[in-house]
Design a protein around this ligand. Structure first.
Ligand SMILES: N[C@@H](CCC(=O)N[C@@H](CS)C(=O)NCC(=O)O)C(=O)O
Length: 239
């Protein structure tokens, strides 16, 4: 049986989520980097949609990180990504949905702004095949500048993100999982969306430890990123 294949953008948080899920399951996988634009046309032909991550498991193609999580639980029930207890399960699914939508949106805005202000971050991220958010940055950065207006537009979103991160930091202070069993999909989905806020070691030496200033380097959020790094260790994604 050939290993499963993950079609991905290296620095996409949703692809990081898929990689964390595969790691948590202990399922070996190979990665295929999708070229933004042209590669997505090919992906559309195969999967009927143009976004990554897409998982190929034999003849089956699964698009989207949540669908991938459900697929992996069906494929290999142990260890479960979702709790068995119906109420815990519902909680985990709500957490996953929040991470994939609200947290993802806030983190994306924060990273876009950080990239516009941080030369090193821009250089480290842009030479690679550019993931979705970064393609947007290219469009939004005529001459490498972001207008004052877009800063104002993003301000409320950034504040909301910081508030959410404060609550998360409080919740993980005990070191335990957010919901259910260890390495539950809720925790993995949240951890994945922290990717660009403070890049983990898996992002490579150019990026590791960097991220959004005011978040990556703020002592208030240290326990949150320590929790994230511990989770990476627990699923064996710390190299
Ligand atoms: N809901 C999807 C979101 C996936 C997503 O937003 N993927 C982005 C990369 S972070 C993408 O493929 N963007 C390219 C595009 O939209 O054309 C999931 O959970 O996997």
């Amino acid at each position: 049986m050939p290993p499963v294949k993950l079609f991905q953008f290296r620095h996409s948080p949703f692809c990081e989520k898929a990689r964390l899920l595969l790691n948590a399951k202990g399922i070996p996988y190979v990665m295929e980097e999708v070229t933004p634009g042209v590669g997505q046309v090919d992906l559309f032909r195969r999967s009927g949609q143009r976004q990554v991550p897409v998982l190929q498991d034999g003849d089956v193609l699964v698009a989207g990180s949540a669908a991938i999580a459900r697929h992996l639980d069906n494929k290999a029930p142990e260890p479960p990504l979702l709790p068995e207890d119906p109420q815990e399960r519902a909680r985990a699914l709500l957490w996953e949905n929040w991470a994939d939508t609200t947290l993802a949106h806030g983190a994306r805005i924060a990273l876009l702004q950080a990239i516009s202000q941080d030369n090193h971050l821009r250089k480290a991220l842009l030479p690679q095949a550019t993931p979705g958010p970064l393609r947007d940055v290219l469009g939004a950065l005529p001459g490498g500048m972001v207008s004052g207006v877009s800063h104002l537009l993003h301000h409320a979103g950034l504040q909301q993100l910081k508030h959410a991160l404060e609550q998360l930091t409080t919740l993980v202070a005990s070191g335990g999982p957010l919901v259910g069993p260890q390495n539950c999909v809720a925790d993995l989905a949240v951890a994945a969306q922290l990717y660009g806020l403070k890049f983990p070691a898996t992002a490579g030496t150019d990026l590791a430890g960097r991220g959004v200033s005011g978040i990556a380097d703020h002592p208030l959020f240290e326990p949150l990123f320590a929790w994230r790094d511990q989770l990476y260790g627990a699923v064996g994604r710390d190299g």
